[in-house]
Write a protein that binds this ligand. Structure first.
Ligand code: TD3
Ligand code: NA
Ligand code: ZN
Length: 305
């Protein structure tokens, strides 16, 4: 069933498990996410960035909503990294049930102001809101934040931000970053900071940049002709520790991008005569489903629906 982000995340924080929030850009990705969640009796969030909305629009949003409404587990449709009040309103009009307003690149007061506007509008329509305080390293779609400007979330500031905005859940900067290159080897996660913030707050916390970039998928990507550098993602153990201390929503996009591309490349390489889209995108859907299944097990949301 299609529900709000709060319906899924408030129980997750209380139950000390994480809920995967997976980005989608087409039907097969959406099916892999929701069907795998149903198979494992797991709540799940499907998110679309502004780029995905530009790419698939209401067509894609309707596919997500239709599959979500018929699903036998709770599913929310979430706007990822909404960049403005207008973008948030448009997504609400499109039927999104959870909205992120990401004004984290602005100074604190402006972030509060922008976030509070979206909270008031979304709450008027029974929609829950994610906001962000602190900056991730890496590339946030419309923002390039290089390492020296990246700063992690201050716990006391997070308390003030939550009080002043009424945000329902908060994305915090704790060492993760977007993309396939999260640092040399095992990315540094500031667990003390997560635990401090969790001890001062009661709302669900969000970890962006939580793809694991599994070595096996990276190897298959190279073996099937893909080119990728020294890729690294967040370790399963780090995710499990974090979800035990307040992290309830865990954003994953890169792992699905890699998995889908591996699926397509492996078919095209093994069967050069193949040109039936179902024989090309079907296996890609299966590789994504395997990656999603692993993530749901790591997050501990299996059997929670
Ligand atoms: O936090 C994430 C995803 O992080 P990751 O790149 O680790 O999958 N997102 O918000 C998805 C959009 C960013 C571009 O991928
Ligand atoms: Na988000
Ligand atoms: Zn993100």
């Amino acid at each position: 069933m299609l529900v709000t982000g709060n319906d899924i995340l408030v129980p997750a924080r209380a139950g000390k498990y994480g809920v995967g929030s997976f980005n989608t850009n087409n039907m097969e990705i959406t099916q892999a996410i929701i069907h795998t969640a149903e198979k494992l009796r797991s709540p799940v969030m499907v998110q679309m960035s502004e780029g995905a909305i530009k790419y698939g629009g209401q067509d894609l949003a309707n596919i997500v909503k239709d599959i979500a409404e018929r699903a036998t587990v709770p599913v929310a449709l979430h706007l990822d990294h909404g960049s403005s009040y207008a973008s948030a309103l448009k997504a609400i009009k499109m039927g999104f049930t959870s909205i992120m307003i990401d004004a984290s690149h602005h100074p604190f007061e402006e972030n509060v102001h922008e976030t509070r506007r979206v909270v008031e509008a979304a709450h008027a329509m029974g929609i829950s809101v994610e906001s962000e305080l602190g900056r991730l390293g890496g590339i946030e779609e419309h923002i390039v934040v290089d390492e020296k400007d990246a700063f992690l979330t201050d716990p006391e500031e997070a308390v003030r931000f939550i009080e002043q905005t009424g945000t329902d859940y908060l994305a915090i900067a704790i060492g993760t970053s977007h993309g396939a290159y999260k640092g040399k080897g095992r990315p540094y996660i500031d667990h003390e900071r997560i635990e401090k913030i969790a001890s001062l707050t009661s709302i669900p916390l969000v970890a962006h940049g939580s793809s694991g970039v599994p070595a096996e998928i990276v190897q298959r990507f190279r073996d099937s002709g893909g080119e990728i550098g020294d890729a690294a993602g967040i370790a399963d153990e780090d995710l499990q520790r974090a979800t035990g201390h307040g992290i309830a929503k865990v954003n994953v996009d890169t792992d699905l991008r890699l998995a889908m591309t591996v699926g397509v490349r492996e078919v095209l390489k093994a069967s050069p005569k193949e040109f039936d889209p179902r024989k090309i995108f079907g296996p890609a859907r299966d590789v994504m489903a395997q990656v999603i299944e692993h993530k749901l097990r790591v997050l501990g949301s299996v059997g929670k629906a």
